[in-house]
Design a binder for this molecule. Sequence first.
Ligand SMILES: *Cc1c(COP(=O)(O)O)cnc(C)c1O
Length: 366
Amino acid sequence: MLSQLNNLRVHNDRFDDALREAFQRVLESGWFALGPEVEAFESEFADYCGAPHCIGVANGTDALELAIRGLGIGRGDEVITAANAGMYSTTAILASGATPGYADIQPNTLTLCPQDAAARIGPATRAIVVTHLFGRLADVDSLRALADRHGLAMIEDCAQAHGAERAGRRAGSWGDAAAFSFYPTKNLGALGDGGAVLTRDPAIAEKVRQLRQYGWESKYVSSVAGGRNSRLDELQAALLRAKLPKLDALNEERRTTAFALASAVSHPGITKPDVEGKDFVAHLFVVQTERRANLQEHLRAQDIASDIHYPVLDYQQTSVAHALETPHLEVSERLVSRILTIPCYPELSAQDIARLAETTANWDPQ
Ligand SMILES: *Cc1c(COP(=O)(O)O)cnc(C)c1O
């Protein structure tokens, strides 16, 4: 179905029995937030990603914020991030009390450029947030080396890259901490909100565990400042446990779909994304074109959905622009008006792909 960028109804139908069984189990357990399902999911997801500690939280933005706070970063500190990733890292950095600083992206991966990030490190810089955008792992080895060279913490935003792997390691295993979202449209999606923080460091894990529940060290005894309520609930954890064993197969389907799309779509005015490699889990299929509004209108006329991820750079958002220094990021600023997301999800049929190919081939941008 091309009239939407996702079809969650059809997607979740594929897990119907397992989801109903999970729902039944939680209903009958009488336990609904931070219980045995959350603990089991935390342990299964940590194993899957290859990091020793996982802490379930309420959503992906909280996961980012609690990861930043868990690393001891806050007021007076600067955190460098990309500006093209939908405001999530900016929101979390500001919520932690720190200040975002922006670095440019690589034109091929659309993720943080290690050289540009290096040039923007200043005396207040304490960390970098690396977003694996659209399902593509960023240049994590260079960014990890950069962070180590300058004594910075590295936080991975893996909300679009569950299961992406490089050299036998998965997204979330390079950072001092990593944040995941399980929003329903993500590669691993709940039936509501959910998130998780991953880390190798037991002290950071413990601090995030306390921060997610009022700063408690034990029930009703709060010893960590900045605590709040960001619990993952039992139902979402149970539903995620039902889907996690299928994540690799689903990512493989996404890659196959993206590969088929990349082979089928051909137009001189459309630049396609790189779809090669297991470090790409095809969260979104983002093309580039000079005549974006025209292409979007052409697709709309054929009832084909498209969207822009994301239409406004973080430092140009009116909610924050007045409070931030405005950098000049050449690549980010050039690409923000060229990017367009077209449908690419596991349940897309061969006919859908053929129709997308035909519709784009017939596009006359004049
Ligand atoms: C979805 C997303 C988030 C935020 O997750 P929520 O669960 O919606 O708070 C963070 N970062 C990226 C890159 C995302 O795509």
